[in-house]
Design a protein around this ligand. Sequence first.
Ligand code: ARG
Length: 606
Amino acid sequence: MDIDPIELLGRRFVEAIVAAFGDEFADTDPLVRSAQNPQFGDFQSNVAMGLAKRVGRPPREVAKAILDHARLDDLCEQPEIAGPGFVNLRLRGDALPRLLTQLEHDLTRASSATPPADAPRVVVDLVGVNIAKQMHVGHLRSSIIGDSLCRVLSRVGDRVIPQNHLGDWGLQIAMVIASLRRRHVDLDSLDLDALEAAYRDANLECKADRQALETARRISAGAHRIAEWEAQVSGAEQRLEEAKSTLVRLQRGDAEIVAAWEKITAITLAACYEIYDLLDLTVTQEHNRGESFYRERLGPVVEEFISSGIAKESQGAIVVEIEGDETPLLIRKSDGGFLYATTDLAAIRYRVQELGAQRVIYVVDARQRDHFRKVFEAVRMIGWDRLPDGSRAELRHVPFGAVCGEDGKPLKTRSGDNVKLKDLLLEAIQRAGAIVREKNPELPAGEQQQVARAVGIGSVKYADLSTQLQKDYVFAWDRMLAFEGNTGAYLQNQYVRIRSIGRKAPDDVRSDAAFLIAAAEEKALALALLRYPGTLANVAQTLEPHRLCQYLYDLAGAFSVFYTQCPVLKAETKERRDARIRLARLTESILADGLGLLGIRTLERM
Ligand code: ARG
């Protein structure tokens, strides 16, 4: 339901244009904008000028024809045609109060509603960590953005099904298991750090340095040097063979290997859940659908691609040619092994055909763009995106850029390792704690801790969500944790301030006092508030959370202007005071709601 006057008026204009000139004008942009000069009204439309040519009549006449067909009287005073054919619109005195009342009502209902059974189903693929490896900043964005999209989509009425496509199957993991077993590592005492070390070692052990051997031979490096490299290569080959046979055992369900696999999965996930918890993610264990989930489906996927004639053999491997693409999509290697892409094909089929998703959204690093483009195209070719009614599910990759250090390069620790997510988040909380202690030393220690957490995590999330997704962004503590500017802390602080106005309100304030919108600042705030539902719809459609951030920042700004210009608790009359308090409370609810949809906590004090 639209309640933004610009949207409402635009819709009415288009209806009138269609009624006046015919259906072929249904996609006309009504060009309703805020008036440049408030003297002439609140809004204006210049649509008649452009239409005049198309319909072959003078613009003023076109404007008149539109107004003759437009139903505007519930929203506007008598519109005026000015100059060559501008339409000036002035809102009726009761329009904004009525719309605000409705917004208030919708807001209380929406935040508690559960989607109806026939709501559109949307799968959001997020997090996607890999077993035996720690979650790192690369997974931070997928988690934060994915979680916020889940919240926004649920809010606009979708049935959201998060899916965590864990990397929990395949040769890499078999390598780790083989290496741990060879070294007789006691899995019961293993922790994530040791597991990660094993992952690194296993990768080194299995990596044959053939180039080094060839170079040594070419330059006749001496018999012992060559022998050393020969030993390295044959050792690595042997390790790789061991890993492959471990994988075969894992795939066959060998109890011992499966037990090891389960253990390392549990260790990785336990660490993940700690981070989910720190981040207040809505994803839980029940949303885990790792690569292992699809293992029995990979063979049939390839078989169907072959039998439908879409895939073909190429040098022993099975590939799908993608139109306009130089390299085909590989779905089975010549040694019979399956690939990352094969699993994604199986996953889409499952999501559309079994989970019933009308929309499948992949919140994954931009570097996987080609992968998804090809996989989606292959799915369309075989028709696994078909819904029961014959329409096609929307498959959408939401690519995001890298997180960089202050040197502009992808964020690393000083020793060159990936920054661990947990360390990063704990540092955010600790830094926020130091700021809070300085700004508000009276706060009891327990509350300080709570505030530090909300502000620290909120800042990290907001910095991430407020950047355009595809851009790389620089992780800069000072800017992220600033209390001024477009930051999480600024918005949390604005919320606290607005809330304290409500708290200071005397007991005789009527919560149902009529909205009185008179001053320009009141009007600007009211219009900003009314843009909220449209903003959410826009984010749900574009899948760009930065639009919500920008909205909340603008709203907080509109409130500041209002609050400096319009006395609230000291307003001239009681009616005016109560109306302004109601406006402040509505702002407060929308700020809290919007921050909530970004996954950011609000506080009573900070
Ligand atoms: N595990 C993958 C990685 O770390 C991400 C998984 C993304 N989801 C997917 N359906 N492919 O790169």
